[in-house]
Write a protein that binds this ligand. Structure first.
Ligand SMILES: [Zn+2]
Length: 114
């Protein structure tokens, strides 16, 4: 993102309104939602060869959990809401973890029983 403008900013993740603006702060920039005042992390000017703080502020505002999910090895249908396959895999994992925790807790309890 070179020369980021306010129109490159995604809608606010809290209020959903497209009113985020890059604001100058002491020693840097941060993005602030003009509607609810939520803000992204401040980005400071740093060294001369750093990417401009304004650009970094815009990038960090536009970062969403979905971006992180794209980098993970998830099943192809992960993004389909309430996909049966994904829900069943999640439940299976949770049942296995719960069984492990129960077994561990029982072993722990019996070692202290006397
Ligand atoms: Zn907002």
């Amino acid at each position: 993102m070179t020369g980021a403008t306010d129109s490159d900013l995604l809608p606010c993740p809290f209020c959903g309104i497209e009113s985020a603006r890059v604001r100058h702060i002491r020693d840097g920039h941060k993005v602030v939602c003009a509607s609810c005042q939520a803000s992204g992390p401040p980005q400071y000017h740093g060294r001369a060869d750093d990417e401009p703080a304004r650009i970094r502020a815009a990038s960090s505002w536009n970062q969403r959990i979905g971006n992180a999910a794209d980098t993970l090895d998830l099943p192809e249908d992960y993004h389909e809401p309430a996909s049966r396959h994904v829900v069943e895999r999640f439940l299976t994992t949770m049942r296995q973890r719960l069984a492990y925790l129960e077994a561990t807790a029982l072993k722990e309890a019996s070692s202290h029983a006397d």
